[in-house]
Design a protein around this ligand. Sequence first.
Ligand code: NAD
Ligand code: ZN
Length: 344
Amino acid sequence: MRAYQLTAWQQPPELREVPVPEPGAGEVLVRIGGAGACHSDLHLMEWPEGVVPYEVPFTLGHENAGWVEAVGAGVRTVEPGQPVAVYGPWGCGNCKRCRLGMENYCEHAAEIGAAGGGLGRDGGMADYMLVPSERLLVPLEGLDPADAAPLGDAALTPYHAIKRSLHKLEPGTTAVVIGVGGLGHMAVQLLRELSPASIVAIDLDDAQLEHAREIGADHVVRSDGEAAEAVRGHTRGKGAALVVDNVGVDGTLALAAQVTRPLADISIVGIGGGALPVSFFGVPQEASVQTTYWGTVPELREVLALAAEGRIHVTSTRYALDDVAAVYHKLEQGEVRGRAVMVP
Ligand code: NAD
Ligand code: ZN
């Protein structure tokens, strides 16, 4: 089968021919129906060895859905032919957080090293993908795997970030989404569906802003020197109750601090490598600043339910797996609207 593998750090990944894996006891082989191209993969391609505790080679692709192809001994809850979404962060499965479905924060993550399929273990930019346990699969109801795949990260990650702050999004408040690409365009829709807050979308790119407006942003702001004032204007001077920063560079983090109000949440989702100096006068009083990482299994079920009900929708373009390198180039150039999905 074909597999798009990172074979060495800071080298372009390669589309290689590898054997189709056979599921051992407890494992499930999934035939890929869609694999989303996430900006995190671009970071992985750029980072030197040691930034993340993964060993190469491994197949990229951590937003995956498809059909169960074969099951190993003892697998009882899924059967061949069934459409499934693959939950991305793979923990130990046994610690308290994993038992609660919070494998994104597994207590043994440091010992395990690899974070999941496509992140140190073989992912879904391939014809097939081996999933270590049925507990990491969610049955798809009423969704095509190619449409569902990006939900596993591009929607799940902002869903988790937004859900923890919903109590702050009272009527009359404003939520700001910085960076309205793959994750951000889902963040806008999730805010629209889950909260009464007015939504401000910020991006460098006018086409991304136009798209954000079409899918529910109340106001759009170009990410430049006047952005903070524009956002404050859209909050009638009060400041935002939540900022979700899907970029995470120095400039966007500083902007987040400038546009929030006291008691707000600043949630850093983007892995842009920037820093936000936290000091008494540097951030609003009692503002909480946190990074958030992916989401939980129950939250993935919730996101899939919202999509199956037609309340959120991934803007996506489908590509053949043979075009995967060109697709990542497009993503790097900012030419992807929503998500690019590889369909083998
Ligand atoms: P994307 O490339 O699809 O979208 C990024 C968007 O940000 C684009 O629209 C781009 O124009 C915009 N942008 C870039 N620089 C900007 C700036 N200075 N100001 C405003 N907008 C700017 O990327 P994506 O797949 O949505 O991923 C976004 C980030 O989130 C990446 O850093 C990725 O690694 C990270 N990520 C984090 C998690 C997590 O669990 N924390 C999960 C997935 C992705
Ligand atoms: Zn665990």
